[in-house]
Design a protein around this ligand. Sequence first.
Ligand SMILES: [Zn+2]
Ligand SMILES: [Zn+2]
Length: 361
Amino acid sequence: MKAAIYHGPGQALTIEQVEIDNPKEREVLVRTVASGVCHSDLHFVDGLYMWPTPAILGHEAAGVVEKVGSQVTYLKPGDHVIACLSVFCGYCEECMSGHPNLCSNKAATQRAQSDKPRLSQKGKLVNQFADLSGYAEQMLVHENALVKIENDVPLDRAALIGCGVMTGVGAALNTAKVAPGSQVAVFGAGGVGLAIIQGARVAGARMIIAVDKFKNKLELAKKLGATHAVDASAGNPVDQIRALTGDGVDYSFEAIGLKVAAEQAYESVRPGGIATIVGMVPLGQKVEVDGFSLLFEKRIQGCFMGSNRFRIDMPRIIDLYRQGRIDLDDMITRRGKLEDVNEAFRAMKAGEVARTVLMFE
Ligand SMILES: [Zn+2]
Ligand SMILES: [Zn+2]
């Protein structure tokens, strides 16, 4: 099969042939139909995070089941699925206490190092990224990395749910539990930020402030539910948020992965407010808060993949999409082919797109 291979930071991905194995007991072979280009992949390409090479990146994909392992009963060939990197074992303490996105026993869902690798080139290991590797014509994954969806859901929009939309909507509804009538600020109006805005709208927030330095992104944010826009290039966004709210917002979200934006998100919440950091702050960087401000019961918290229980959450998001309460259509700025993956990274960096989705057929 054809895949986009990552050979190391600062290098363009290259399209190469890769062998993919047959599914073992609880594994599923999926034909990839659509794969979203998420910012997190770019963090690895840019060297802000590390992954062993060679590897196939991509972690926001949807497709059709081709083959299942001998013990798989949840899925059968022909089923449509969304893949999620929050693969769960189902029986560790995190899984059993309702936090499968934090599963501490992922090894139970992976092949042992002594096994034949899922992905290889001429007998040599190709590393699977995030237990998925979505920039490829096929994916070989554990069944617990998949959720079955109805066959009439458009798979390009379904792919977005696999990471960006789940992360954003989940950050608002699951992690922060945005309350009806509250005020919200979202730093970063890319794919994840737009999904947070939509999650806050579903939750019934009365004021949703989008913060970004790109005008085109702020416009889209307003279309998707932001009630106010703050141009971060026109002065300190914290001051601008205070000008709109007085004391600050009840909930803020950081969806870029910048130390300064994470700190501003914290500074922009009112006493008792909660800042949720969704973006991936580069490895080794500290996020600092003013110690005194903690006396006002301000909180800062992390978020991983929208605190998802994706087999429950993703079908709910699809229902909201069908009802017109979550807009996925406008979140896809461009569609391309696998070969367009490097151009998609460039466009994302330049702030030109909410999402590029790579289509395989
Ligand atoms: Zn992602
Ligand atoms: Zn687990």
